[in-house]
Design a protein around this ligand. Sequence first.
Ligand code: SF4
Length: 94
Amino acid sequence: MSDRVEDRLFQNRYVVDVGRPHITVRPHETPSQALLVMTRICPAGCYSQNEQGQVEVAADGCMECGTCRVVCSKTGDIEWQYPRGGYGVLFKFG
Ligand code: SF4
């Protein structure tokens, strides 16, 4: 097994709850610093900027680490819940 984190993360699986993302970004014109930070530090690369510069989240692949929940806790930029039972990340250990 490779030691690269990307290769290890690829071993995980994700069950998408179609139409019910567990993270949503509040609509905005200009992203806050907290949202911009998330485009760089989310370990699963779920946050990105669209062509208009707004920050979007694609929660597929989210590892539920909670970093975005903490970073955006005071700004109210996102809504965050754990996925429903049976959905979300399936970690592969070992
Ligand atoms: S919980 Fe962690 S992995 Fe999921 S979107 Fe937030 S920062 Fe990324």
